[in-house]
Design a protein around this ligand. Structure first.
Ligand SMILES: [Zn+2]
Length: 433
């Protein structure tokens, strides 16, 4: 029933998606580093719930809900929808349409969140921040609170199960924790029943005003549910197409989040350049940046009147470095969304590392991009020749710069425990620093 509606959800969010197979060529299945990287404690601070649903689950729910799919086997769906290479934008967008369509009931959200946590745990991820746009899932079965509680139930169950393992209870291994990040969308369209109703309810407001109101409503809802229910909603995000949808439209929502101690991360510099990153930091108080891919690009100023672009970039980098604004780097995803990026070695991550910026390796979308944290870390190590020290710093930044739901003393203890465990795993291997 949602299927006809959902494929349009992500239209406009993504500018152009064409998967380059380059990224995957570098990572080999039998790479001896893979097993070590899999074992080290890792984080994923940028992973979208709707881009990371298990294919088997998607098919199961679709059958239960009598939704039409082009195939009812994992192989078939991988061949026809979730492809290794996408020929055009529509093909790529269809993937989100299918996953969103099966995320419209509380029990499905819970299951999908639970399985995402399990998949992370199975590859050594000890801390994950799951993000999604609750307003895409509000319908006659669920209000915002139900949406958030359902996702939390799944993550919480996976956390409890993991942390009752004997190695964790004995303190030999670090526990698993999670945070929830709610995503506001840069633009507003009739993507779901909720969005359609919201637009219809504001006939005298222009699109930008409605978008602004929509994110403010999300910020208020997230803070209220966090405070009333005590669930770890720790961050506020802005996702969607940067083009024509400047961050400053969402100032009020981010101001509200800021004043209520929700941490902030903003998708910026994914499709647009330094001014978009600047706005994220100055107008939206971003603690972290999603992607930041075009941080160094002096050609992407989109009409902004800046006299000395190189100096601007220099100042911006200096600010980001000094304040430890952490960049959530998603290598495979960037290869998919930036057709100009023909070879992973030209990715700006190289410069970020050289300039000692705080970066963390993330997946963005596990299912859509067919990747894992282990694969992304391995890709980073192999493509940019990261030494053991650099790798360790990047992995540990993930823990340090997380929007950890507990107090700072507990966070420090947890980070220390993860560092100790990391050192134990790499001892005697090529990754020992
Ligand atoms: Zn993202």
């Amino acid at each position: 029933m949602f299927l006809t509606k959902c494929p349009r959800i992500f239209r406009g969010i993504v500018l152009l998606r064409k998967v380059s197979p380059m990224a995957n060529k570098i990572v080999k299945e039998n790479d001896p580093l893979r097993e070590i990287i899999k074992k080290i404690p890792k984080t994923d601070l940028h992973v979208h719930l709707d881009g990371s649903i298990r294919m088997k689950t998607l098919i199961e729910i679709a059958k239960k809900e009598k939704m039409e799919l082009p195939s009812y086997t994992v192989e078939g769906m991988n061949e026809l929808v979730f492809k290794d290479n996408y020929n055009n934008l529509q093909e790529y967008l269809n993937t989100f349409g299918y996953s969103c369509a099966v995320m419209q009931k509380p029990e499905y959200l819970e299951q999908i969140a639970y399985e995402l946590a399990l998949d992370n745990q199975a590859e050594g991820v000890r801390y994950v921040e799951v993000r999604f746009a609750p307003q895409l899932h509000i319908n006659k079965h669920m209000d915002m609170k139900t949406v958030l509680l359902s996702v939390n139930r799944g993550l919480d169950r996976a956390q409890k199960e993991f942390n009752s393992r004997k190695e964790v209870v004995a303190g030999e291994e670090p526990p698993f924790f999670y945070g929830i990040i709610v995503s506001a969308l840069r633009m507003f369209g009739k993507y779901s029943d909720y969005y359609a109703n919201f637009i219809d309810a504001h006939p005298f407001s222009d699109a930008k005003t409605i978008a602004s109101l929509g994110s403010l409503e999300l910020a208020r809802g997230a803070v209220q549910v966090r405070d009333e229910e005590g669930i770890p909603i720790t961050g506020f995000d802005l996702a969607g197409a940067e083009e024509g949808n400047p961050a400053k439209i969402h100032i009020q929502a981010f101001q509200y989040a800021h004043q209520h101690f929700l941490a902030k991360t903003v998708h910026a510099g994914e499709a647009y350049g330094p001014p978009s990153i600047f706005q994220a930091i100055t107008d939206l108080h971003a603690d972290r940046l999603g992607h930041g891919y075009y941080l160094f690009d002096t050609t992407k100023f989109e009409g902004e009147k800046v006299q000395d672009k190189e100096q601007y970039v220099e100042n911006l980098c200096q600010y980001i470095a000094d304040r430890r604004v952490t960049i959530e780097v998603c290598l495979t995803s960037n290869m998919q969304t930036n057709p100009s990026l023909k070879d992973i070695q030209y990715h700006s991550f190289k410069k970020m590392v050289e300039r000692k910026l705080s970066t963390t390796i993330c997946t963005d979308n596990r299912t859509v991009s067919k990747t894992t944290v282990t694969d992304e870390v391995l890709l980073a190590v192999r493509s940019f020749d990261l030494g053991p020290n650099t790798l360790k710093n990047i992995v540990i930044y993930g823990f340090k710069r997380s929007f950890f739901p507990e107090n700072y003393i507990k966070k420090r203890q947890y980070v220390r425990q993860c560092i100790d465990f990391y050192e134990k795993i790499v001892k005697g291997t090529k990754l020992e620093s």
